[in-house]
Design a protein around this ligand. Structure first.
Ligand SMILES: [Zn+2]
Length: 91
């Protein structure tokens, strides 16, 4: 499925919010996402000079997978590290 995400070009990580309560930051902390992965997706940019891009990415998970990942704090999803950052992007 597709999720709304923000790619931080400062640290080259991509973050998305798994459930409404989920707050995630990119590795350098300039970008913070929250509110879930679709309609209520929101983000804050702490550094106004930060170079970032709002994108949609395809992830190999269902909404239930994301919820379980959040609940169990397994954190397999929500943050895409630079070495995994070659996903199919839709701009
Ligand atoms: Zn960053």
């Amino acid at each position: 499925m597709f999720v709304k995400a923000v790619k931080c070009k400062e640290c080259n990580t991509t973050v998305y919010s798994r459930v409404t309560e989920d707050v995630r930051e990119c590795e350098c902390g300039r970008i913070r996402v929250y509110g879930g992965f679709l309609a209520h997706f929101k983000y804050d940019v702490k550094d106004s000079k930060a170079n970032y891009q709002t994108i949609k990415i395809s992830i190999d998970a269902t909404p239930d997978d994301l919820y379980d990942d959040y609940e169990s704090m397994e954190d397999k999803f929500g943050l895409v590290k630079p070495e995994e950052n070659n996903l199919s992007y839709i701009f």
